[in-house]
Write a protein that binds this ligand. Structure first.
Ligand code: R5P
Length: 296
């Protein structure tokens, strides 16, 4: 198997190739002065008939990363590779997974259909916002969860008793499983987002307490930091001693990080599905295990 390092996931691709002891194929890329993207597979002649896994997160700017992916898939097909697997550590547009308001598209469907149309035989992603979007696809789809890895890493750095917190029901199952495995308490908040104003409301279950405990909020994505700030506020009102936040995909700006800190969040940690100064945990071993199963 060869690992093709998409421009948005170069560091992760290198780690993955090392884990798998696989050849790393680099991609020359640039943006023309008018804004168009250009990619070229290095050593393309060595790819004929080979099984390849192209690694590319749909990192911001998401549309550009998406289009680069389509260009790389086209280049792979033109070089007659044997099988194309696509590893998309962060699958952008996954939150628009249904028509919430009349007149909207299902964006994640557009993204996944485009990959299928480019001949991808399997897709591997990490903590997709809603796993159901991967069902009934032409290509095989695998979602890998990094929530337990993330929780383990953060909990190991904290002394005393810890509560793992899911800020909404979407993450509840994964966070509950991590809490059980690590012997932590578990809390799940109820979150409601107004689709028109974007306003978020969050509630704790009645009788909940976090007194004298450290609390770790775990989410798939941190973007504006609004979800984490609401959860931190609730946790302070429930008596939490210290508050930490962990996410798989870190999209927050420095300004958002500042505002989460002001809301009482001591530390923010993420995985390396997206490159950021907060990516302290690599998903490479998880992805390597999955790719070994898919392309033995
Ligand atoms: C939404 O349901 C997701 O799981 C995240 O909670 C959300 O995308 C985080 O976004 P923000 O940081 O903007 O609140």
């Amino acid at each position: 198997m060869k690992i093709v390092a998409g421009p948005r996931s170069e560091a992760l691709s290198a780690k993955l190739a090392e884990e798998l002891n696989a050849e790393l194929v680099r991609v020359v890329h640039k943006v023309f002065p008018d804004g168009e993207s250009y990619v070229r597979l290095e050593g393309a002649e060595r790819l004929v008939g080979e099984k390849v896994a192209l690694v590319q997160s749909l990192a911001p700017p998401q549309d550009k990363s998406f289009f680069e992916t389509l260009l790389m898939l086209d280049a792979l097909k033109r070089n007659r590779v044997g099988e194309i697997g696509l590893v998309v550590p962060y699958l952008a547009y996954a939150r628009q997974d249904k028509v919430f308001l009349k007149g909207e598209p299902v964006s994640v469907d557009v993204v996944l259909r485009s990959f299928e149309n480019e001949g991808v035989s399997f897709l591997v992603t990490v903590d997709v916002h809603n796993e159901e979007v991967l069902l009934n696809r032409k290509m095989k789809c695998v979602n890998v969860t990094a929530v337990k890895l993330l929780a383990e890493h953060i909990v190991n750095e904290i002394s005393g008793e810890v509560t793992l917190v899911s800020p909404d029901v979407g993450r509840a199952e994964a966070v509950r499983a991590a809490a059980e495995a690590l012997g932590c308490e578990f809390l799940c908040f109820e979150k409601h987002r107004d689709r028109i104003t974007g306003k978020v409301e969050m509630k704790a279950p009645s009788g909940a307490s976090a007194k004298k405990r450290a609390a770790v909020i775990l989410d798939d994505i941190i973007s504006t930091g609004g979800t984490i700030k609401h959860a931190a506020k609730l946790l302070r009102s429930l008596g939490a001693k210290k508050i930490y936040a962990g996410c798989v995909h870190m999209l927050a700006s420095e300004e958002s990080v500042r505002s989460m800190r002001e809301a009482g969040v001591e530390r923010i940690i993420s995985t390396d599905t997206l490159e950021s100064p907060y990516s302290k945990i690599s998903v490479a071993p998880l992805l390597a295990r999955t790719l070994k199963e898919l392309l033995p």
